[in-house]
Design a protein around this ligand. Structure first.
Ligand SMILES: C[S@@+](CC[C@H](N)C(=O)[O-])C[C@H]1O[C@@H](n2cnc3c(N)ncnc32)[C@H](O)[C@@H]1O
Length: 221
């Protein structure tokens, strides 16, 4: 099991407290409104869905959602929620979205990209884009770094990845890779001819929605 999976397995029962921070409520409302509109009427494959917090928000407007995570502990919590629309909850690896692909026209990964090494973002998106047909949509959302609200950055590696030291309620500590982006860095990082990007930011969060225009096919050798 990866360190990240182990951390989120142990954090499962206390995870949703992150959504109770008072200073984030206004931005969460904006972000919720934004994502409800982007998934309206869409068939969504959600990667790394965790406890289903965003699944519940999206289920208000999505046509259907298959919500996946690699972690049984968070999925057990996601299964206890009530959803306003059709939601199926399944175990699945965000690094192999092709294995999860069905009749989806939209892939969503919330608070996941920040945990990818900077050098791994494009290969993650390659896998996602292979699992969505042209005309499909990819939606990513995550934190911005806010002094006094975010867990401080403990160190930065030679590639520019940043790490936090996080402590669970029982005192166990983990070092967690967590990269922070803003609108301009996302535009620069994600720009590509096959992506029509819409990038938003609020003080505490950022969100990206892009339509997949086409993909360059590599002809068989
Ligand atoms: C920051 S949480 C995000 C949860 C949820 N999307 C949210 O925004 O509340 C990251 C999630 O990634 C999951 N995870 C870690 N490695 C994974 C993998 N390889 N495939 C799928 N999920 C994974 C963890 O179990 C955890 O639920």
């Amino acid at each position: 099991m990866s360190d990240l999976l182990d951390y989120y397995r142990k954090r499962a029962a206390e995870y949703d407290r992150i959504y109770e921070k008072p200073e984030r409520q206004e931005d969460l409302a904006h972000l919720g409104g934004w994502i409800r509109e982007w998934v309206r009427g869409r068939h969504v494959l959600e990667l790394a869905c965790g406890t289903g917090w965003w699944t519940r928000v999206m289920a208000e407007t999505a046509a259907s959602i298959v919500a996946t995570d690699a972690n049984d502990e968070v999925l057990a919590i996601a299964r206890t929620r009530e959803y306003a629309g059709p939601v199926a909850i399944r175990r699945g690896d965000a690094f192999a979205p092709g294995a999860l692909a069905g009749d989806h026209d939209t892939v969503v990964a919330a608070f996941w990209m920040s945990h990818l090494p900077l050098r791994g973002i494009e290969s993650f998106l390659d896998g996602v884009e292979d699992a969505v047909a042209p005309g499909g949509r990819v939606i990513l959302l995550d934190n911005r770094y806010v002094e006094g609200s975010s867990t401080p950055i403990a160190r930065r590696d030679e590639d520019g990845n940043t790490y936090q030291r996080r402590r669970l309620a029982d005192g166990e500590e983990f070092e967690v890779l967590k990269n922070f982006f803003g609108k301009r860095s996302l535009q620069a990082r994600l720009a590509a001819p096959h992506r029509r990007l819409d990038v938003r930011e609020w003080p505490h969060f950022w969100a990206v929605s892009y339509e997949l225009l086409f993909r360059t096919e590599v002809p068989p050798a």
